[in-house]
Design a protein around this ligand. Structure first.
Ligand SMILES: NC(=O)c1ccc[n+]([C@@H]2O[C@H](COP(=O)([O-])OP(=O)(O)OC[C@H]3O[C@@H](n4cnc5c(N)ncnc54)[C@H](OP(=O)(O)O)[C@@H]3O)[C@@H](O)[C@H]2O)c1
Length: 334
């Protein structure tokens, strides 16, 4: 493959960062052993941070960001993949330490990717992307870890924070599909109807939880998915009923957590960290294999904005200032 193709390149000169769509060829792609013709990528909060200034995650410039992508293998030096295989790549430091998916072709370590299940398309894989994969991990943790792995009581009432974001909105949908009564916490009233359509039974304004938590408050929820951290996570922890699991994956509000040991030692609450980046391939295969059963893509489609690589350059600052909602997918061939 010798022809040139488009990629979004971020570069650094002193304190200044530039982002441009450039024509490159295959020789530019220096990592990995599997060459993929990319169909779609996606925009996650981490991508937005990297697009701004590398977020201290990118060590070398020029760099191709994009932590997620899906597409078809066109050349493989890895025995696990052959030409024509459709694959999914999320996390594994791709788009950070390694060149990512904001490009029409990507080269990646075959140990980082998995074959796409036939039950979803490459577009649907990126409608989910890291956000969806994380939401599925969180929902399984909150619901099934307690019920199946810990042989605990049924999880009925759950709360999801940052509910209209990429992770939050999909967590609302999945937990509803798993039979939970879902309370969504959101700062954007304009999204309340949409959150109800995804499966939220109740909605709480973010500001109602954004104040100092008591060590223990009224037990209201059997479990939680938290995407925001800070005061809101402290408050959620104080409202969890005995043996509940809080799956904490994000810091959209704050990296800080001011809490006490009381929820943990009096109610046996579990704070369960979620890391989507380094999840094993085995776990990835399980979770992606469940996606089609738990996700109503028609419903999700209402919140999907499909944009080009060029449009992405204008959109990412809105995500950093909290003005976006739902998922952005990038059609790199648009
Ligand atoms: N651990 C992992 O592996 C992993 C994987 C993916 C993402 N994450 C993290 O999870 C978080 C969510 O990711 P995402 O892709 O869903 O981001 P996103 O689409 O930007 O959604 C974040 C949501 O959080 C809420 N929010 C934003 N700023 C807030 C603030 N200051 N206070 C309270 N709520 C606020 C908003 O929800 P409302 O509009 O509904 O209020 C926003 O839509 C991020 O911190 C991200 O880095 C972690």
């Amino acid at each position: 493959m010798s022809e040139k193709f488009n990629a979004l390149i971020i570069n650094q000169s002193d304190e200044n960062f530039t982002r441009e769509i450039q024509k490159i060829d295959k020789n530019f792609l220096k990592h990995g052993d599997v060459l993929v013709k990319v169909d779609y990528s996606s925009l996650n909060f981490k991508d937005a941070l990297i697009l701004k200034n590398g977020a201290r995650l990118v060590k070398e410039f020029p760099h191709i960001p994009g932590v997620d992508f899906s597409g078809k293998v066109v050349e493989s030096g890895n025995s696990k993949f052959k030409d024509g295989d459709e694959i999914i790549c999320t996390g594994m430091r791709v788009g950070e330490n390694f060149y990512g998916g904001y490009s029409q072709f990507a080269k990646v370590n075959g140990d980082f990717i998995l074959k796409k299940p036939e039950s979803i398309s490459t577009r649907q894989a990126m409608v989910l992307g890291t956000a969806g994969f994380t939401a599925l991990q969180c929902a399984f943790t909150t619901k099934q870890t307690r019920e199946i792995l810990l042989l605990g009581e049924k999880v009925n009432d759950v709360i999801v924070t940052g509910a209209s974001g990429g992770v939050g909105s999909i967590a609302v949908m999945v937990l509803n599909k798993l039979g939970c009564n879902v309370t969504a916490v959101s700062g954007k009233e304009s999204n309340y109807e949409y959150l109800k359509s995804l499966g939220a039974n109740n909605i709480i304004k973010t500001s109602e939880l954004d104040n100092e938590a008591r060590p223990l408050d009224k037990g209201l929820y059997d479990g939680a998915v938290d995407t925001v951290g800070g005061n809101i996570l402290s408050k959620v922890l104080s409202h969890i009923k005995p043996s509940g699991i809080v799956a904490a994956c994000g810091n959209a509000s704050s990296i800080k957590l001011n809490t006490t040991v009381m929820p943990f030692i009096i109610r046996g609450v579990k704070l369960w960290g979620i890391d989507s980046v380094n999840a094993s391939i085995k776990r990835r295969e399980f979770i992606w294999g469940e996606a089609a059963k738990l996700i109503d893509f028609d419903k999700l489609e209402k919140s999907i904005k499909e944009i080009s690589l060029g449009e992405l350059i204008n959109v990412y600052p809105n995500m950093l200032s909290g003005k976006t909602s739902g998922r952005y997918i990038i059609n790199v061939n648009k």
